[in-house]
Write a protein that binds this ligand. Structure first.
Ligand SMILES: [Zn+2]
Length: 336
């Protein structure tokens, strides 16, 4: 650590549990933020300010005006330009702490890319909005021995749980299977910025503690910021027969192909492409159908009453339908 770093992080170094040694560990650490919506944008800003040396920020979506009341990293300009969240976050983090190395990944975290995106992580923070991705993270983290911090928030309610593989309970020790049926989402039940910040803040504190000391206080915390209720389950115990952390079965890593995904509550479907696309060439093809805007990350086109966003990795989000078959055929017909 040099003199400028010692000054910059001085108030954190004064906190005895971190100290100089803990700060050195943070500066050398690599945290992966899986999902950069409301939770993830808090994680990214807080970890960058705390001096975590490397951040990988993964997100599949773009900034919309309805994100701005709770997703602290993003600004009106980002929503107007429909910037991918990972790219907008990287740009903002560079202004918050220019010494942090940020790798933005504009991608959907899937079994096919999980190794590349999460492989070098010292810790993974859950900023996702769906159980499919959380079970994927849990399987990957346990299989590699990487700590991760589960977090979720909707309406005024949220919860968080840190997982240190083979030391604390994993997600599947506590919830062996993803919940059945439709779950409330921020799009259907709404969400308060205050619950997101509260949950994300607990996740960040656990991440800093794990990175600086290797230890964490195992518990599940549930919060209701409107009702003013905080509950904790101390040290949830490991299931000695857990399929994941005891028996070493990782089925969520093995699902190779993903069907189109309905983006819950948004009347939109995500379609996986078969590979990278030249967005400017595609823009030329779509221009006769309606308005098209393109930048280095993303193309947006409106035609036939649909709002179509295509990412450079070939993925598309088709707004205006929740019919997966229709979305796939629209993709095949107009995009590739
Ligand atoms: Zn387990």
């Amino acid at each position: 650590m040099d003199a400028m770093q010692r000054e910059r992080y001085s108030r954190q170094i004064l906190f005895p549990a971190i100290g100089e040694q803990g700060q050195e560990r943070l500066l050398a650490a690599h945290a992966v933020i899986a999902g950069c919506g409301a939770l993830g944008s808090f994680h990214a800003a807080a970890l960058a300010r705390a001096g975590v040396g490397r951040l990988t920020i993964i997100d599949r979506d773009y900034v919309e005006p309805s994100n701005l009341h709770r997703q602290f990293l993003f600004e009106e300009e980002d929503a107007e330009a429909a910037l991918p969240k990972a790219a907008a976050a990287a740009r903002r983090i560079a202004r918050i702490n220019s010494s942090v190395q940020v790798r933005p990944a504009i991608a959907d975290l899937t079994p096919a890319n999980v190794d590349e995106l999460l492989g070098g992580a010292g810790i993974i923070l859950d900023g996702t909005d769906n159980f499919e991705t959380r079970y994927l993270i849990n399987d990957f983290a346990v299989s590699r021995g990487i700590p991760w911090i589960y977090g979720a928030a909707v309406a005024a309610y949220g919860l968080t749980m840190p997982v240190i593989p083979r030391h604390t309970a994993c997600l599947r020790c506590v919830y062996p299977e993803p919940p059945a049926g439709a779950q409330p989402t921020c799009e259907t039940a709404g969400v308060l910025g205050a619950i997101v910040s509260a949950v994300a803040s607990l996740q960040v504190a656990d991440a800093l503690r794990i990175l600086a000391t290797g230890e964490v206080h195992a518990r599940i915390t549930t919060l209701d910021v409107w009702g003013g209720i905080v509950r904790q389950v101390e040290g949830p115990s490991r299931d000695p027969d857990c399929p994941c952390c005891a028996r070493g079965e990782f089925p969520h890593l093995e699902r190779r192909a993903r069907a189109p995904v309905i983006l819950c509550g948004r009347n939109a479907v995500q379609v996986e492409g078969s590979g990278p696309l030249a967005l400017t060439t595609l823009a030329g093809r779509l221009e006769s159908l309606g308005p098209v805007r393109v930048n280095e990350y993303v193309l947006r086109a409106q035609f036939n009453g649909y709002d179509v966003t295509v990412f450079a990795d070939g993925r598309a989000i088709i707004k205006g339908t929740s019919d997966m078959g229709f979305a796939r055929s629209l993709y095949a017909r107009y995009i590739g």
